[in-house]
Design a protein around this ligand. Structure first.
Ligand code: PMP
Length: 464
């Protein structure tokens, strides 16, 4: 089955050389047959008539029409993808950009002295400029391409951390952080004999701002905080936290993995020293992401990996290096990943971002109310500012069993520790179920989730 053709919307990928056409009739690799099936009607929960999310000038259909995978079925049911916190689905524009790159424009970058190398380099650097614009950075040179958020944070820990941390220094890390914003700090702290100090949470799952203020001191070198939590949905007051950290001379790294697909980000307004995100949570391919750093910090950063691309001249007596950001991008980068990221940014920014955020907020309110009608269901976290992440427990069922039940209805959620064990431990849990929403999710899909959960609660429990 080929990917259904959908109406073009949003600007086409800029800069494809020679007006390169997209490979015709591209099917899924190996002609992978996607299970077909008829569309089942949306089930309605016994929740009474909940007020539908108000129209905010954004219609999820305008995004859905571009996402081919949303037309597939899973276990005989139309797919309901509520695992966006793990990864987002890809618009046709991104899928086609990858095909077009490999079909008509593939080349390595920077080094080659030929037309296609120059064209590929231009596309790669257009991607860097697009990321800079998307994050509100002052220059494309403030952007380092990495594999994703995890690699970005490890880069900062290994490069900046190794040069700037020492015995007795504190790294403050919020308890709600993803493991990728905890473990790299533990590793570098061990080597430099610095300390990782957790910033506690309130019972609502917000970062305890009083405790944070008390923990900051002249020993604090770095504060690591998520712009949005992948398990509690909490959106901490990062701008205020950054201003406070700066009073002590500390740097602030913001993990934007869960934020960038949900609300507009301006790194200079936040005054963040570092900002990291993963493309795959932003409708782009896996294996590509970006690190923003303030130019004066980036300039002072030392290489963390050596190889091609990051050097100027190599000699056994003395090697000289390329300037940042290339200094921090050893080896061949994920060129097609950048092409896909550029297409994803073009696609995503063609929507009214404030309207998208308002829609998601209304959808989350709807989902919270609908889930409250499921007996025995409890949602974790109720911080005042949140993204549409709903992590929950269901009395009488372990989270893996809940995910398995929903999967039989074609509904994809995640169960487990969500790579945020300290955040779950805050609630005395080791595991929970999580539905995470994106702009293309609808209230009908929330209804299907709730109806399936209610059926699970009503189903006879296995004996013994
Ligand atoms: N931080 C947060 C808040 C995340 O949700 C994730 C992914 N779940 C990461 C970091 C790590 O992202 P990646 O695996 O793409 O590097």
């Amino acid at each position: 089955m080929t990917i259904p053709d959908v109406t073009a919307r949003g600007p086409a990928l800029p800069g494809l050389p020679g007006g390169a056409g997209l490979p015709g009739g591209a099917g899924l690799p190996g002609g992978a047959g996607l299970p077909g099936g008829t569309q089942a009607g949306a089930a309605t929960p016994d929740a009474g008539a909940l007020p539908q999310p108000q129209s905010s000038g954004f219609s999820p259909e305008s995004a859905r029409q571009d996402i081919p995978i949303l037309r597939r079925t899973v276990n005989g049911h139309p797919l309901v993808w509520l695992d966006n916190g793990a990864t987002t689905q890809k618009p046709r524009q991104v899928i086609e950009a990858l095909g077009a790159f490999y079909g008509a424009a593939n080349s390595n970058i920077h080094r080659g002295a030929h037309t296609m190398a120059r064209e590929a380099t231009e596309m790669y650097e257009a991607g860097r400029a697009a990321v800079a614009g998307f994050l509100g950075a002052g220059s494309p040179d403030d952007i380092v391409f990495v594999r994703g958020t995890t690699e970005a944070i490890n880069l900062v820990a290994q490069s900046w951390g190794r040069a700037n941390l020492g015995p007795g220094d504190d790294i403050l890390v919020a308890v709600l952080e993803h493991h990728s914003d905890i473990v790299p700090w533990q590793l570098i702290a061990k080597e430099t004999r610095a300390r990782v100090v957790p910033i506690p949470l309130t019972p609502q799952g917000a970062i305890d701002q009083d405790a944070y203020a008390d923990l900051l001191s002249s020993r604090t070198q770095l504060v690591a905080v998520s712009h949005a939590s992948n398990v509690l949905g909490t959106v901490p007051p990062v701008k205020e936290m950054t201003a406070l950290a700066h009073r002590y001379g500390a740097k602030v790294l913001v993990d934007g993995a869960q934020a960038v697909a949900h609300f507009p980000v301006d790194v200079r307004d936040l005054d963040a020293d570092f900002y990291a995100f993963s493309g795959h949570k932003l409708f782009a391919p896996t294996g590509i992401g970006a690190l923003y750093a303030k130019p004066e910090i980036l300039e002072a950063m030392r290489p963390w990996q050596g190889g091609g691309n990051m050097i100027d001249t190599v000699d056994f007596a003395r090697t000289t290096f390329a300037p940042v950001p290339r200094l921090l991008e050893a080896g061949t980068g994920h060129i097609s990943g950048v092409v896909g990221l550029l297409a994803a940014l073009n696609w995503f920014t063609s929507f009214d971002r404030d309207a998208v955020a308002a829609y998601e907020s209304a959808l989350m309110t709807y989902a919270q109310q609908a889930l409250a009608t499921v007996p025995g269901l409890e949602v974790l976290g109720s911080a005042p500012e949140r993204i549409a992440v709903l992590t929950f427990t269901l009395a009488g069922h372990d989270p893996a069993g809940v995910a398995d039940w929903l999967d039989r209805d074609g509904i994809a959620i995640r169960a487990g520790h969500h790579c945020a064990q300290p955040a779950l431990a805050h609630y005395g849990l080791e595991s929970a179920a999580r539905a995470s929403l994106a702009l293309y999710n609808t209230s009908e899909e929330v209804d299907q989730l709730v109806a399936s959960l209610r059926r699970l609660q009503a189903a006879p429990k296995p004996a013994g």
